[in-house]
Design a protein around this ligand. Structure first.
Ligand code: ZN
Length: 299
């Protein structure tokens, strides 16, 4: 194998670590529990070294928030997180120094957005947006082959929402905003209201209508801002049978006819399967200018 690329999907509960190549093959992968940075990151590095030493690049798709300013001394660090031990953790640096090659890092959701645009449900479009609805809600968008960043990565899960008429009593669970999109439509928000996941609720339970309605409002909002050709809805909540069709039906109404196309073509499921996270890490290494040398701390 030539051009071996170290791949890390850094999640809040587990790190998936793999070895891939430019032809999108994943040759090996393992899972490491996310405990503390000083345990989890060295364990991931040890495993990668056991697979070989000749890496050309490292791709990291990480939970966030992340400092993604290459000029910042804390580039590649997690910034302020509610996850214990991980605030200000340097994620990119240890991998870059240990493996001696440049690092591309972005959020896990941006990695997924880029992978879906490159090889999945957004392939062939000029612009696609990926939204994951699971333990949290996050989104990333690709326009013209590049991920959208402002001064940092987007926080699409925290857009403010209109309230469903039958859901006015629920305060929402986002620690920052209460009833933002994540606060209303994430898996924990569903559990907080109804004590079960959406899949566990009867199909005629109003929870299905309420969550579909929120996701449709979000889709209409993102459509108005960006007009993506695809809005790709992934994450555990979207595994609920019938939910995608329900969102599509509501989105047509929510957009008031402003969708540039039919909802069935725009609002779609992800196309990449089990390796989506690692493919996201791989996709990040393929963007021009995205690979950075980590400063050597011994210098
Ligand atoms: Zn929020």
């Amino acid at each position: 194998m030539d051009d071996r690329i170290a791949l890390i999907e850094a999640g809040g509960t587990k790190f998936i670590v793999g070895v891939g190549d430019a032809s999108r093959q994943i040759h090996a992968r393992t899972r490491i529990d996310t405990t503390r940075p000083e345990e989890t990151i060295p364990a991931a590095i040890d495993w990668l070294r056991q697979q070989g030493s000749d890496y050309s690049a490292v791709g990291i798709a990480s939970f966030g928030p992340l400092d993604l300013d290459p000029a910042s001394p804390s580039w590649g660090h997690i910034t302020r997180t509610t996850k214990p031990h991980w605030s200000n953790a340097d994620v990119a640096g240890p991998f870059g120094r240990a493996l001696g090659c440049p690092v591309a890092i972005d959020t896990d959701v941006n990695g997924a957005a880029l992978a879906e645009w490159s090889w999945g449900a957004g392939q062939g479009t000029n612009a696609s947006l990926y939204l994951t609805i699971g333990t949290g809600v996050g989104g990333g968008a690709v326009v013209g082959g590049r991920l959208i960043h402002g001064v940092s990565h987007p926080e699409m899960g925290h857009i403010r929402m209109p309230r469903h008429p039958a859901d006015g009593d629920f305060a929402g669970i986002c620690p920052f905003h209460g009833d933002c999109l994540e606060g209303l439509a994430s898996g924990p928000a569903i559990q907080a209201r109804w004590g079960a996941s959406l899949s566990e609720l009867p199909s005629d339970h109003i929870g299905h209508q309420i969550i579909a309605w929120y996701l449709a409002q979000a889709a209409a909002t993102f459509q108005a801002i960006l007009e993506p050709a695809r809005i790709i809805l992934g994450g555990g909540v979207m595994g609920t049978p019938g939910l995608l069709d329900h969102v599509r039906a509501e989105a047509a109404t929510a957009s008031g006819g402003y969708f540039a196309g039919v909802a069935e073509e725009i609002v779609v499921s992800p196309a990449l399967g089990d390796n989506a996270g690692l493919l996201g890490a791989l996709a990040l290494t393929r963007i021009d200018g995205n690979l950075h040398r980590v400063p050597d701390m011994r210098a």
